[in-house]
Ligand binder design. Structure first.
Ligand SMILES: NC(=O)C1=CN([C@@H]2O[C@H](COP(=O)(O)OP(=O)(O)OC[C@H]3O[C@@H](n4cnc5c(N)ncnc54)[C@H](O)[C@@H]3O)[C@@H](O)[C@H]2O)C=CC1
Ligand SMILES: O=C(O)[C@@H]1CCC=N1
Length: 285
């Protein structure tokens, strides 16, 4: 791949471009980025990563191999409508948008296109994304390899059926936020039980890295690993009894199901909005 274009310059686009550049897959000069109207943000990305910011569609699409859609889902149909006349047949469209189906994007483009739908997460910024991808019939083997290489560069990639992507979104797309939420609670409690904030953060981060490494390398299930920590009559047992009392595991299960369901509902709403011919709502920054 020689030229990659990002439509959207928010958290997810920045996580991907920084991981791609950091790992040497592409140079900053091979990456082009546009957003709705935040010139300051484009300047900042240019300075940080040496990428090219532009609002000129001729310039953005010229010789582009792939275009990554990274705006909010509700801005997608409007964006595709704006740039569809610039899309050549041989450009690969890669969407990271939650919920928006391949069919909705094909309808918005109003022409046959090779489209890959991906669900990465923001850990792409540190080359640790968990990404699942699905493509439409027009995606060639060469384009599949381009997408796989791109997401392998920033972490782990799995090919899935498109129907599974809402579940992936609820699980690992949103997943980092659940972990940060948990860590917020760990940090608050650490301070309340007398630990200094910096020390608490170091201990928590190393605990997460260690637990993740155990799960990645051990044959044991998470439950078996948990039981190894839980001495009968000990501290862990006392702590987990409180989590059980508050239904924390059930809460996490409901959380992930709700996020997956929300992804599906967002997709359905956008698809029927497009079908009704209603102009999609546009956000401005
Ligand atoms: N933030 C995350 O952890 C993840 C986000 N995603 C998906 O990535 C997409 C972007 O999410 P964030 O980066 O969090 O959003 P964000 O709000 O940080 O960024 C959205 C960007 O899209 C731009 N934009 C809006 N309309 C545009 C248009 N017509 N043309 C070009 N750019 C336009 C905005 O100017 C902004 O730069 C969403 O669809 C989300 O579902 C997927 C996986 C994880
Ligand atoms: O919250 C969201 O909608 C996006 C999709 C997955 C993570 N962030």
């Amino acid at each position: 791949m020689k030229k990659l274009v990002f439509f959207g310059a928010g958290s997810m686009a920045e996580a991907l471009m920084s991981g791609i550049i950091e790992n040497g897959l592409l140079k900053g000069s091979q990456i082009w980025v546009t957003n709705r109207n935040n010139q300051k943000k484009l300047k900042q990305l240019e300075q940080t990563y040496g990428i090219n910011g532009s609002y000129d569609y001729n310039e953005l699409f010229a010789d582009a191999d792939a275009v990554i859609l990274a705006m909010k889902p509700k801005d997608a149909a409007g964006a595709i409508n704006e740039f569809k006349s610039f899309l050549r047949d041989d450009i690969l469209l890669i969407s990271v948008l939650a919920g928006v189906s391949l069919e909705t994007m094909e309808q918005a483009a109003e022409k046959p296109l090779a489209i890959i739908r991906a669900m990465p997460n923001t850990s792409a910024a540190v080359s640790r994304s968990a990404t699942a991808i699905a493509g439409n019939q027009r995606v060639t083997e060469a384009q599949k390899r381009i997408a796989q290489k791109l997401f392998d560069t920033v972490g782990f990639t799995a090919f899935v059926q498109e129907e599974q992507l809402d579940a992936v979104t609820g699980l690992s797309g949103s997943g980092p936020a659940y972990i940060y939420y948990l860590v917020e609670a760990m940090e608050k409690s650490a301070v309340e039980i007398g630990l200094e904030q910096k020390l608490a953060k170091d201990l928590i981060v190393q605990t997460l890295i260690g637990a993740a490494a155990m799960m990645a390398t051990s044959e044991k299930t998470p439950e078996e690993l948990r039981l190894q920590v839980t001495s009968p009559g000990g501290t862990t047992e006392a702590g987990i009894a409180i989590l059980e009392k508050h239904g924390v595991q059930e809460a996490f299960i409901s959380c992930i199901k709700e996020a997956a369901n929300h992804s599906r509902k967002m997709g359905e709403a956008l698809s029927s909005e497009l079908g009704s011919g209603k102009q999609p709502i546009k956000l401005s920054e």
